[in-house]
Design a protein around this ligand. Structure first.
Ligand code: A2P
Length: 311
């Protein structure tokens, strides 16, 4: 099934599969490992993690086991992980990256992202600092030169912040990717078009609005139950989740939906045998209401110069 998944050619020359598995949740022991095992056996090749998620060790151990059993080769996988907010000082970047490599049990990372544009003194992001992400970016470039990271990118960056990196003095490598929340209620058309035009690929996280997370309020809008999406799904004999994933792929970005349930993992992979009409794609874009599922977590820092969630 892996051969069915199209890839995006990154500006670094490497290919990133357009459908991956997200791994942020309050997992019980073995839950994420079992999900990764099932996913890889179903044809998932792109696995998204982060230092912050605390899932690197279990993902690494699972991948190692599958490699030892001859079920997969390292080079067939596309592993993404991220540098957390308390590690933006340039001299901390390489040690942090090596810590992730160690946790994953790997000797390179396919795509390494600055997780958030703002830096903090502490990992619980209570004390912001003014460390400039341009300085962090220079340290990220060195990881590519050292051969421990193949492609570098960012996450949760807005258009102005991407533009600022593109225009920085002495830029050696453009960001290969920006991973941001992308869902029918947060279509981010402007950011997507800017990124496409500038050769920066986009990955969408929380395509279903992150319904399983404990930080989501009970009254949050429910993308999977949206009547327009349900109705479109009926037309193609697909679930709402499949319509949303297909919609993203047709708009030209990769997606990393999360699931620990084997039948939903399989369902989320089964989106390459149908095509939404232009009319349906537009009807979904029209649902955009700028709803960002995690914005409230960062509200306190709205006045910080590197706060990203502004137009
Ligand atoms: P589960 O792990 O029980 O499948 P997001 O990627 O937007 O954060 O959403 C992840 C949440 O959506 C998880 O709670 C996951 O639950 C659920 N989910 C994943 N795939 C599907 C699907 N195909 N249909 C319904 N819910 C899904």
């Amino acid at each position: 099934m892996a051969d069915k998944v199209p890839s995006i050619r990154l500006n670094s020359g490497y290919d990133m599969p357009m459908l991956g598995l997200g791994s942020y949740n309050n997992f019980k022991p073995n839950e994420v490992g079992d999900a990764v095992k099932a996913a890889i056996q179903m044809g998932y090749r792109h696995i998204d993690t982060a230092w912050r998620y605390k899932t690197e060790p279990e993902i690494g151990a699972t991948v190692k086991e599958l490699i030892q059993e001859g079920k997969i080769k390292r080079k067939e996988l596309f592993i993404v992980t991220k540098l957390w907010v308390h590690i933006h000082e340039p001299d901390q970047v390489e040690p942090h990256c090596r810590q992730s490599l160690e946790a994953l049990g790997m000797d390179y990372i396919d795509l390494y992202l600055i997780h958030f544009p703002m830096a903090f003194e502490d990992e619980e992001f209570t004390k912001p600092t003014m460390t400039d992400y341009l300085d962090t970016w220079r340290a990220m470039e060195k990881l590519v030169d050292k051969g421990i990271v193949r492609s570098i990118g960012v996450s949760n960056f807005n258009k102005q912040q991407l533009e600022r990196i593109l225009k920085m003095d002495g830029l050696k490598y453009k960001p290969a990717n920006n991973q941001v929340e992308m869902s029918p209620y947060l279509a981010q058309e402007d950011l997507l078009q800017f990124s496409l035009k500038n050769g920066i690929s986009t990955t969408g996280f929380a395509p279903f609005g992150a319904p399983g997370q404990d930080y989501i309020p009970k009254d949050a809008p429910k993308t999977l139950e949206d009547p327009t999406i349900v109705q479109i799904g009926r037309k193609y004999n697909k679930s709402s989740a499949q319509v949303i994933l297909r919609w993203g792929i047709q708009r030209g970005f990769a997606l990393v939906p999360k699931s620990t349930n084997p039948s939903r993992l399989a369902q989320n992979m089964d989106v390459f045998d149908f095509k939404l009409s232009e009319e349906d794609t537009k009807a979904i874009v029209a649902l955009d209401r700028g709803y960002r599922s995690n914005a409230h977590l960062f509200n306190t820092w709205k006045d910080h110069p590197f706060y990203p969630f502004v137009k």
